[in-house]
Design a protein. Structure first.
Length: 286
């Protein structure tokens, strides 16, 4: 099945990146946010990133303009009704994702494929609320989406070979390298990443070192582009907390138990770059 029109639900950090890469690859993209304020914020994030792409010499100015024209914003889910593929990138909570898929299942024709950008939640469970479980898959992008080359494709219990094939062709067409994973909490990357990030917070809680030294140790000692606490601020402390909770719920393994400091930071609104403060101070322009 040929994918021409893509719907994206959610224009936060991940949704806006997904919108950008789809538009840059020439797809018609309709993105939905819950209200005009969030939609405006999300679309300006896309614009800013396209501009940065031009500044860094990754994108011609004419391509930036062309990409901009491919994108339409809306607050109505019904406007995604004629999409060939809908990618959901709402908050990492199963109930919210299910609500979106129940509604989309009613609005979209039988041919439409549903993908979730979930980082940890079960694709099979999301698919179970639709009448098209064979056409539901996980398509997990990484932050920053325009830069990170990976997409994890997740096969739910009922996902068909055709859907996996269409998902792979699509992800490759937007310039990504695909790895395939079964429907298991955290898939490949977060299975490995989350315990490491939580351990970094535990090290800080135990005053083993300062936040700066923990980050410098990993950056220079392991040649990671960012230390773990900087990465937590970058990805979102709230997002990582929800991922850890979901993984703990499934595995009941202490490695995935979020440390108390992280919970307190989430409750206090210290979510990292997106709220201006996390482990570090940030300007609120992102
Ligand atoms: N469009 C296209 N290319 C862009 C771009 C844009 N909007 N913005 C930057 N780039 C390119 C730059 O040109 C540069 O390319 P080059 O190396 O070929 O010159 C490259 O991206 C790096 O950009 P910068 O030089 O501006 O930035 P840094 O070197 O400071 O790197 C970073 C920034 C890419 C964020 C880097 O610090 C990094 O890789 N950090 C780790 C990110 C990471 O681990 N992400 C995964 C998080 S886990 C996740 O997402 C899963 C979820 O479920 C939690």
């Amino acid at each position: 099945m040929e994918i021409k029109r893509v719907g994206v639900v959610g224009c936060g950090l991940m949704g806006s990146g997904i919108v950008e890469v789809c538009a840059r690859a020439g797809y018609d993209v309709v993105v939905r946010e819950v209200d005009e304020a969030l939609l405006g914020k999300g679309l300006s994030r896309v614009e800013g990133s396209l501009r940065r792409g031009v500044e860094r010499g990754k994108l011609a100015a004419s391509d930036m303009e062309a990409a901009g024209k491919q994108i339409k914003g809306t607050t109505k889910l019904a406007d995604l009704g004629d999409a060939d593929l809908v990618i959901e990138a709402v908050i990492e909570k199963m109930e919210m994702k299910k609500e979106v898929f129940i509604e989309l299942d009613r609005l979209c024709p039988p041919r439409t494929i549903f993908a979730s950008n979930t980082s940890s939640l079960s694709i099979t469970e999301m698919a179970s609320v639709t009448k098209r479980p064979a056409q539901v898959l996980g398509m997990h992008f990484f932050n920053p989406v325009p830069v990170m080359k990976l997409v994890e494709l997740i096969r739910g219990l009922e996902t068909s070979d055709g859907t996996m094939g269409a998902g792979r062709a699509f992800a490759e067409s937007v310039g990504k390298t695909v790895v395939v994973c079964k429907d298991s909490p955290g898939f490949i990357v977060n299975l490995l990443l989350v315990p490491y990030l939580l351990d970094a917070v535990r090290a800080l809680e135990l005053s083993i070192a300062t936040k700066e030294d923990i980050d410098t140790a990993v950056q220079l000692g392991l040649a990671h582009p960012m230390g773990p606490l900087t990465l937590l601020d970058y990805v979102g402390i709230d997002t990582t907390y929800y991922i850890a909770e979901a993984m703990f719920e499934e595995f009941k393994d202490a490695r995935y138990a979020a440390p108390p400091l992280m919970k307190k930071m989430v409750l206090a609104g210290l979510h990292g770059r997106k709220t201006g403060r996390g482990f570090y101070e940030h300007s609120k322009t992102q």
